[in-house]
Ligand binder design. Structure first.
Ligand code: CA
Length: 234
């Protein structure tokens, strides 16, 4: 069995206990850092498949640790733990280079599912488990998830982070209609009815970039009153 190593950055003792227990029971190897300085040191020492990062830490902010690692080109997937109410915090986290978010309090199954997804990404990128190469293709579009790049007819596409996330999420669930708030959550890390127009705007821009006809889209289909659906090739 391939070892899967998690760095848990969290200062709340009860949560550390619960999370460590949970991760160990799933077969992960867990390293714990309980303050900013030790988090920074652990991240720099490397070797993790994913990092669970609390933002409010004794001695500093998890966001600074995240920015620091990304500025060094460290691409280890990071799951940020945030207060559920704090939308601005999530947005800032996304900009700082977080891969995913989970609001406190959270469901253990949800946490495990997200950690698992992040670790799979690392292992796939490293040519690990099954050597799965995560490239999605449709028409003349090619999305390389590991490299976070998209090409159309061989030319690099200029996608925003949100457009990239939207496209990947939709294309990974062909034939499945996704409500706007789900898309919002996937691409922006939060959900809110007021912001669902944001999704429409980005889908519209995305269609343009992948060469979809807005009047009669081939790939990203509008499901009136509900959301969007990606149609795979027949
Ligand atoms: Ca904390």
């Amino acid at each position: 069995m391939i070892e899967r190593r998690i760095l848990l950055v969290e200062d709340e003792p009860g949560l550390v206990f619960t999370l460590t227990d949970l991760l160990l029971s799933e077969g992960y190897t867990v390293t714990h850092a309980g303050d900013y300085a030790s988090a920074l040191a652990a991240i720099r020492s490397g070797g993790f498949d994913a990092i669970i990062l609390d933002l409010m830490l004794p001695g500093g902010s998890g966001l600074d640790a995240l920015r620091e690692m990304r500025s060094r080109g460290d691409g280890v997937p990071v799951l940020v733990l945030t207060a559920r109410s704090s939308v601005p915090e999530r947005v800032v986290g996304l900009k700082a280079g977080a891969d995913d978010y989970l609001g406190k309090p959270f469901d253990s199954e949800e946490l495990l599912a997200r950690v698992e997804a992040l670790v799979r990404r690392t292992k796939a990128g490293a040519g690990g488990v099954g050597g799965e190469r995560r490239v999605i293709r449709f028409g003349d579009v090619e999305i390389d998830r590991d490299r976070a790049e998209a090409r159309k007819a061989g030319e690099p596409m200029q996608l925003t982070v949100q457009e990239f996330r939207l496209l990947v999420f939709l294309a990974e669930h062909p034939g499945k209609t996704m409500p706007r708030n789900r898309l919002l959550e996937e691409a922006w890390g939060y959900a809110g009815a007021a912001a669902s127009r944001t999704v429409d705007m980005h889908v519209s821009s995305l269609r343009q970039k992948i060469g979809d006809d807005p009047a009669k889209p081939r790939w990203i289909v509008t499901v009136r009153g509900f959301g969007y659906r990606f149609e795979a090739e027949a």
